[in-house]
Design a protein around this ligand. Structure first.
Ligand code: ATP
Length: 198
């Protein structure tokens, strides 16, 4: 099965790009979805997290308080390392299972931290959604309730634009509008169909 990793910084347009690939009938696995699944109530990881950080990381519903957990680990590299050690292998397993369920000609793994997390080892090719950092900040700020300062911090924790581009096999330029993004995806889709041929 031919697999493409789709990545880009916060607010770059990964979800928009993934949506167009889905419309073309391509199976898309979302790494953020996998990260949520592994900490659902009933999963052993949630129990371990609650034991480690205390019950205050749980909402009344018994679900993980993701904002609370994020706040606890954001500036604490030791706790972040512990959490990543627990979750990364589980997320990887969830992604592999979901990729294996694909019946489309090729499959896409959409992940904001594709390269940073080592998930790029699961794919044959890396496609980067690219745009100037100022536009990225503008779009992410317009979409999120997050303060621009918070978005800047997230951008600083992700690979830089140059580092990401250096790893790219294909680049989707998302500087212009969604119509332009879509037409680039249609061209790339044709290329991937060819590459996926046995
Ligand atoms: P995140 O990693 O934060 O989830 P993302 O990379 O998935 O972000 P999107 O949610 O797809 O990014 O896009 C960010 C915002 O920018 C959204 O509100 C989206 O509608 C908008 N957007 C994406 N591409 C374009 C575009 N070409 N023109 C205008 N707005 C766009």
């Amino acid at each position: 099965m031919f697999r493409v990793g789709l990545t880009g910084g916060i607010g770059s347009g990964k979800s928009a790009a993934a949506g167009y690939f889905r419309e073309l009938g391509i199976h898309v696995v979302d790494a953020d979805w996998a990260a949520r699944v592994v900490v659902q109530p009933g999963r052993p990881a949630l129990e371990q997290i609650a034991q480690h950080f205390g019950a205050n990381v749980l909402l009344e519903s018994g679900e993980l308080d993701r904002a609370q957990l994020r706040a606890l680990v954001f500036d604490n590299s030791e706790e972040r390392t512990w959490l990543e050690g627990l979750l990364h292998p589980l997320i990887r397993e969830e992604i592999i299972n979901s990729l294996e369920q694909s019946t489309s000609t090729y499959a896409i793994l959409e992940s904001p931290l594709l390269i940073e997390s080592g998930q790029h080892e699961l794919v044959d090719r890396i496609c980067v959604v690219d745009l100037p950092e100022s536009l990225q900040l503008e779009r992410a700020s317009a979409r999120d309730v997050n303060h621009p300062e918070q978005i800047r911090k997230i951008m600083a924790a992700q690979l830089s634009r140059q580092e990401r581009l250096a790893k790219a096999d294909d680049v989707l330029d998302n500087t212009a509008g969604l119509v332009e993004l879509r037409s680039q995806i249609e061209a790339l889709h044709q290329k991937y169909l060819q590459l996926a041929k046995p």
